[in-house]
Design a binder for this molecule. Structure first.
Ligand code: MOS
Length: 698
């Protein structure tokens, strides 16, 4: 008996706490005797620290200590090379965090950090990704665990023989995650136990890493992340702040608060790798693809290998019997790239969905129709059936809502005063995965229920969605359910990442609630004072899932206007239609989808890590110089979804929606710019200087 909470709009449960300022973020918890840590970044790109002089910092009133490789607590090696901080004098990239100053006040810590004197022996560095870099190599696999290269049929021969060919290279720059709350931690040691309030996308992995690094039992580490101010992937695994704070707290014997500065986020927490992507499509005159190839180049660091799955999107998106994908990497003297909203799929889709538009133009086929013609019946990569695939439904519904039928396919056909106006479309897909999770459900005397799961709500509304799922699974009104998330003391569940949060967590919540209902059916008399609790884990069920191709899909439509004199681009309309299974909460789902689309707009027009090889780092590492979309850039933005029932996912039938919104958006905008101006921008962002030639033509 469902109470029907799933599918109903509901504001975030914690909304009132957030807007009244009572929701605590990582460095906002009141703590007695607290001290402040301030991290010190390396001012060399590659080399060794030869001398650290802490005295000028220690002379600042209130400064308590300076922690560096010479005096830091020893961490266990072989846990995570990214987290092996302050253990040796080697510098792998500019901005690597190499010391921490602790002080009685944040001002003193900051001043101390400025004054620590550090000398280096430096070596020549290489920090720029190029298509012919001598260090290019083939990694053994790409993230999260895909084959590096794939091949079916005979791409070379069929591409050469194709009536219509597209052969284009697309470039994307480095992108930097900038959650509102930086990577931040309050760390406290007591009797060998470590308590951290930390900003992360999953506190179980943080707990595990800390226990291993500091060689203490897992039970001795508690990680609380009740509220998190965004992450976008950058907080998907433990990062420097939490390790530095824990070391600092151990060293001074007092609690430490440490937040990375905005500038320190540009590097040490990872970023989306720049890419160089060659896409080739060979088709017949009707646009039916015979041969499809996507070769992707990206970078990793000297510290560890991070191999982004850039070309994986092309493996399953469109049909074509002859296909190939490859990934190549270069190790550079740079920070290690990391996850950023739809890592791989997002830049990969920019390239493929742009190439599809080029193919549509070359064949004279409408780009919506071209995608429908190339919709595969089964996954062209693995040959598995799709659990559900509603790309075509999204394209058709999107075209209808957008008014696509009225479009004049000719470029440069619409002009209003100085504005050249164009429209574009792109497909979108993202895997619909789930991972194991555990949860407990408790029935309390008096009719209330408590559901506990170590999910992470990074601002997405996950807590609210799980509460709705729990109410339905328990068959009680939502007001009778309380949900607890964001604490490693709760039953372990995976991170908020890979669009797997709600699918994985709701699965465990449903199983715990169902188990509780079964128990209650056999229970007679009063409930014990602490209630009746059932724990469930989905590990076996998740492992036993049938091998099907499971993806969410979307269709992104954009209208742009380009100033014919200045090349200024405005996105006047973005419209996305998505197929993502059951939508648990339309309010928070819409917010996720338009958030992703807005980030895609930002990628298309603004974001760009500008690297200076002499300096060996990005020159724009703050929000004054690294441009992101602001409210004024978002004119009209609409997100819709088509009804989709998929019984091969999880008990709630949900596909993740955290990432699908960003996939394809930049291509839709680039395709619209091509339609408006005749200029194809294959090198993001679409800055006005790249369009100046076009406006002269117009
Ligand atoms: Mo997302 S980039 O998997 O947090």
């Amino acid at each position: 008996m469902s109470t029907g909470a799933v599918g109903q709009p509901h504001p975030r449960l914690e909304g009132p706490e957030k807007v009244t300022g009572t929701a605590r973020y990582a460095v906002e918890y009141p703590v007695d005797d607290v001290t402040y840590g301030w991290a010190v970044p390396a001012a060399a790109v590659r080399g060794r620290i030869t001398r650290i002089d802490p005295d000028p910092a220690l002379a600042v009133p209130g400064v308590l200590a300076v922690l560096h490789h010479g005096n830091a607590p020893r961490l266990a090696p072989d846990v995570d090379s990214e987290l092996y901080l302050l253990q040796d004098p080697v510098v792998h990239y500019r901005g690597q965090l190499i010391a921490v100053v602790m002080a009685e006040s944040i001002e003193a810590a900051r001043e101390g950090a400025r004054l620590v004197r550090i000398e280096y022996d430096t070596e020549p560095h290489s920090t720029v990704l190029t298509a012919d870099h001598p260090g290019l190599y083939r990694p053994d696999k790409v993230n999260p665990n895909y084959p590096t290269d794939t091949a079916e049929g005979d791409f070379d021969a069929r591409f050469a023989a194709a009536e219509v060919q597209v052969d284009a290279t697309y470039r994307t720059p480095a992108y930097h995650n900038n959650p509102m709350e930086p990577h931040a931690t309050t760390a406290q040691w007591r009797d060998g136990h470590l308590l951290v309030h930390d900003s992360n996308q999953g506190s179980t992995p943080v707990q595990v890493s800390l226990s291993e690094l500091f060689r203490i039992p897992r039970e001795s580490v508690r990680v609380v992340n009740e509220h998190v101010g965004g992450g976008f992937g950058s907080k998907g695994s433990p990062k420097a702040a939490v390790v530095l704070a824990a070391m600092a707290a151990q060293h001074v014997g007092r609690p430490v608060r440490l937040a990375l500065t905005r500038q320190q986020i540009f590097g040490p927490v990872g970023y989306r790798t720049p890419t160089i992507q060659r896409v080739r499509l060979g088709a017949d005159a009707d646009g039916r693809i015979a041969a499809i190839c996507h070769d992707a180049i990206s970078q990793t660091s000297m510290i560890t290998e991070f191999a982004e799955q850039t070309a994986v999107y092309t493996r399953s998106m469109y049909a074509g019997p002859h296909r190939r994908t490859t990934h190549r990497l270069v190790r550079l003297d740079v920070p290690t790239p990391f996850w950023m909203r739809a890592p791989g799929e997002c830049p990969g889709a920019y390239a493929l969905e742009s190439a599809m538009d080029e193919l549509a133009t070359a064949c004279g086929v409408d780009p919506v129709e071209l995608r429908i013609r190339n919709d595969p019946a089964v996954d062209p990569d693995q040959g598995h059936p799709f659990s559900s695939r509603n790309l075509v439904a999204c394209l058709i519904e999107g075209a209808r809502r957008f008014g696509w039928a009225e479009r004049n396919p000719r470029p440069c056909a619409r002009r209003e005063g100085r504005w050249m106006i164009g429209t574009g479309v792109a497909g979108s897909s993202y895997p619909a995965r789930a991972r194991a999770a555990a949860a407990t459900a408790t029935a309390l005397p008096g009719g209330d229920h408590l559901v506990r799961i170590n999910a992470a709500d990074i601002g997405t509304g996950a807590r609210t969605a799980l509460w709705q799922v729990a109410a339905d699974a328990l068959g009680v009104p939502p007001e009778r359910v309380r949900i607890l998330v964001g604490d490693s003391d709760l039953p372990p569940a995976g991170v908020a990442g890979g669009s797997m949060g709600t699918s994985s967590w709701s699965w465990a919540v449903v199983r715990a609630c169902q188990g509780l209902r079964d128990q209650l059916a056999h229970h007679s008399g009063e409930l014990p004072a602490d209630g009746l609790t059932v724990e469930a884990s989905t590990a076996d069920e998740v492992r036993a899932q049938r091998p099907l191709a499971r993806y969410a899909y979307g269709a992104q439509f954009a209208e742009v206007r380009v100033d014919a004199d200045t090349g200024e681009v405005r996105v006047s309309r973005l419209l996305g239609v998505f197929a993502a299974g059951q939508v648990v909460n339309p309010t928070t789902a819409r917010s996720q989808l338009i958030g992703g689309m807005t980030m895609g707009l930002s990628m298309a027009l603004h974001e760009e890590g500008v690297l200076d090889e002499r300096y060996g780092d990005w020159v724009n590492h703050d929000l004054a110089t690294y441009h992101i979309t602001g409210c004024a850039d978002v004119e009209r933005i609409e997100a819709y979804w088509v009804p989709e029932e998929d019984s091969e996912l999880n008990p709630s039938g949900v596909k993740g929606i955290g990432e699908i919104g960003i996939v394809g958006t930049a291509a839709a905008i680039a395709n619209a710019v091509r339609h408006a101006t005749g200029v194809r921008v294959r090198n993001l962002p679409i800055r006005l200087d790249k369009l100046l030639g076009a406006s002269r033509l117009a």
